[in-house]
Design a protein around this ligand. Structure first.
Ligand code: GAL
Length: 416
């Protein structure tokens, strides 16, 4: 729709409101929630809005992690045709916010008391210069492992708590002819695994120094080399067809018992649930070995694009729906994430969700909560993409671990 069309639509909405006929316009929402589990979660939001007579114009852009969605977004904004609301992560929100492209949601936020219930770790990415520019939907975390319970049981494998136990478990599966690790060879998935591997190898201080502070010493350290060695171990234990596979198809391999483990954020749980699987019975969720006390998080938010200086009725309604406690519970139960508000009960959540909520609170309280490098919460897109390139090139055998460390130091320094 062109700018004139948008203005017309906006004034129609305002007129409709001013004469009391509550018939807000559609919301157009750009997002990358296209897998079965993601779509099921998105339906919770669509239905919530439908019940308020707000129509939904869907703008899905497939591609886990959202890189493709961000490319489409840039093209739309350049063409003067920004969508009403856009699923966005961390530094991307700050980037658009600092460019002045996002609407100011302070009125809705003040009316509904967001400041009191949204934790600081999320506010850091939802507010720019004291203005709320996006509505946080959830908190995901990337240092999880998903396992097929019968595959583990059949091979006498207990949940591995340390890297050495994980290596032993993988070797058992190998000996039994089962694919140990389900993985999709896409840069963002390699990086998601690297989040957890780096945390596991070097601990929280190392993770923070390397990915958040971008400290050259940490980036170029022997610990980083060991993290790359661990990535090589993982690479040696995926199946031959891993290259380019979508993350949800890798999850399906675990669901179907074709593989033992997948290292992936808790959106993977949405796929298990969508397939009718039950945590503790059919599948297991546990923290990546040696990261039981840490959480690497990413929070999906809906950033609202400025539609001409005012927050439109439908943007306000969408933001308000997203932050409502009942929606936060209903949506996150299906999505695999946990609420973005600290005051939502864990009652409706399954065992993995309850653990996720407990872990998040404990990690925040003990300073063990860190933004995910792989999902745009540790550093801006330019740096993130530079890290992706090195991690993927190493995963695909282009660099040995020592070369990867050197390349990482260079790439991060150039990208800043
Ligand atoms: C993440 C996003 C999740 C999930 C995942 C895979 O970046 O935060 O909600 O959708 O990508 O698509």
């Amino acid at each position: 729709m062109n700018t004139f069309g948008k203005r017309l639509k906006l004034s129609t909405a305002i007129f409709a409101l001013s004469v009391g006929a509550v018939q807000a316009a559609d919301v157009e929402v750009l997002h990358w929630w296209t897998s079965g589990g993601e779509a099921a979660a998105l339906n919770v939001l669509k239905q919530d809005l439908e019940s308020q007579d707000i129509g939904w114009q869907d703008m899905p852009v497939a591609g886990g992690g959202g890189e493709q969605a961000m490319t489409v977004l840039r093209a739309r904004v350049t063409a003067g045709d920004a969508p009403t609301a856009v699923q966005m992560l961390g530094f991307d929100i700050l980037d658009w916010g600092n460019q002045g492209a996002l609407a100011n949601l302070n009125d809705v936020a003040a009316q509904e008391g967001w400041d009191a219930v949204v934790p600081d770790a999320l506010k850091a990415f939802a507010k720019v210069d004291g203005k709320w520019v996006s509505a946080p939907v959830n908190v995901h975390s990337t240092n999880w492992v998903w396992a097929n319970k019968s595959v583990l049981d059949a091979n006498g494998i207990a949940v591995p708590k340390t890297w050495d136990e994980f290596v032993a478990a993988v070797e058992k599966l190998n000996a039994a002819g089962v694919t140990p690790i389900a993985h999709g060879g896409q840069a963002w998935q390699d990086a998601t695994v690297f989040d957890a591997v780096a945390m596991s190898t070097g601990g929280p201080e190392f993770y923070k120094a390397a990915f958040i502070d971008l400290d050259e010493e940490a980036l170029g350290s022997d610990t980083m080399k060991e993290a790359f060695d661990r990535m090589s171990f993982i690479r040696a234990n995926v199946d031959d067809n891993f290259s380019g596979r979508d993350w949800n198809l890798a999850t399906a391999m675990v669901i179907n018992g074709e593989a033992g483990f997948q290292m992936m954020g808790d959106w993977a749980k949405g796929e298990f649930l969508n397939a009718g699987k039950v945590p503790g019975e059919d599948f297991l969720c546990f923290r990546f070995p040696d990261t039981a006390n840490q959480v690497t998080f990413n929070a999906d938010q809906f950033a609202m694009f400025d539609q001409g200086g005012v927050v439109s009725a439908e943007q306000a309604a969408l933001a308000s729906a997203i932050l409502s406690p009942s929606f936060q519970s209903a949506f996150n139960v299906v999505k695999g994430s946990v609420p973005a508000r600290t005051d939502v009960s864990d009652e409706a959540f399954d065992a993995c969700g309850k653990a996720g909520m407990k872990d998040l609170a404990a990690a925040a309280a003990s300073n063990n909560l860190f933004g995910s490098m792989a999902h745009g919460h540790a550093n801006p897109a330019s740096v993130k993409n530079a890290i992706y390139d090195v991690v993927t090139a190493h995963f695909n055998g282009e660099y040995d671990s020592a070369t990867a460390v050197e390349e990482l130091v260079d790439a991060v320094s150039i990208a800043q």
